[in-house]
Ligand binder design. Sequence first.
Ligand SMILES: NC(=O)c1ccc[n+]([C@@H]2O[C@H](COP(=O)([O-])OP(=O)(O)OC[C@H]3O[C@@H](n4cnc5c(N)ncnc54)[C@H](OP(=O)(O)O)[C@@H]3O)[C@@H](O)[C@H]2O)c1
Length: 239
Amino acid sequence: MLDLAGRVALITGGSRGIGRAIARMLAEHGAAVAIGARNEAGVSRAVAEIGALNGGRSAGMPCDVRRWEECERLIGHTVAAFGRLDILVNNAGVGVFAPVEAMSLEEWHLQIATNLDGVFHCCRAALPHLKRAEGWIINVGSLAGKNPFAGGAAYNATKFGLLGFSEALMLEVRHSGVRVCCVMPGSVATEFASDQTTGADWKLHPEDVAEVVRDLLAFPARALPSRVEIRPSRPPSKP
Ligand SMILES: NC(=O)c1ccc[n+]([C@@H]2O[C@H](COP(=O)([O-])OP(=O)(O)OC[C@H]3O[C@@H](n4cnc5c(N)ncnc54)[C@H](OP(=O)(O)O)[C@@H]3O)[C@@H](O)[C@H]2O)c1
């Protein structure tokens, strides 16, 4: 079994959905876990839940990843609480699905700022710590990062961009011992998209994505799976 005792992980958007499942998995394997998200009550709830799994080694604070200062503060808070940082999971993300003509400027900027600026902010602030720990950056991308679809222009742009960012960063930091991977799920049953039905039984579960992360962390230091796709086995057939 993967043993993360002594390791410290930070998950953005760890208060629900995929981030919460990853945070729970890391805590169950012995890591100290910090999370950030915008909603304070959501953060407090998740910190208590994670702490019940790993003997109270959980922390968190409200953090809007669109803001550099808040990302710096969250990473500082994590290192102050646990002394190091080994695993950064850039999971916070939003999707607004609409034709370009109908999309507001706010909706466009929300997605770019959350899904791209947010990842850059957290990587930039975390890298000195991750280099010391020879740690991991796991970016939660999407199959929308390689498969465009009508109504997904803004979201597709962010996730295509994230894949490029992730792979360039991987090449940049691997000689410093930091491994970077982009995990790209298909549809997952979460509250992510208001136009999606949650809990559809053909969808992935958040825990399936957490299992991918667990398996990544179990690879020996010489090996780096840098892009992982995971999709529902039996989605509804397209006509
Ligand atoms: N669900 C899917 O089908 C699917 C498929 C592929 C990839 N993904 C990706 O998986 C990631 C997680 O999605 P999910 O399905 O778990 O969504 P979710 O259930 O809506 O959870 C999103 C999480 O991100 C946080 N968040 C949103 N905006 C934020 C911001 N500006 N700063 C900090 N935290 C923020 C949310 O908390 P607050 O609202 O409190 O901030 C929440 O904790 C996203 O990157 C998404 O693109 C999802």
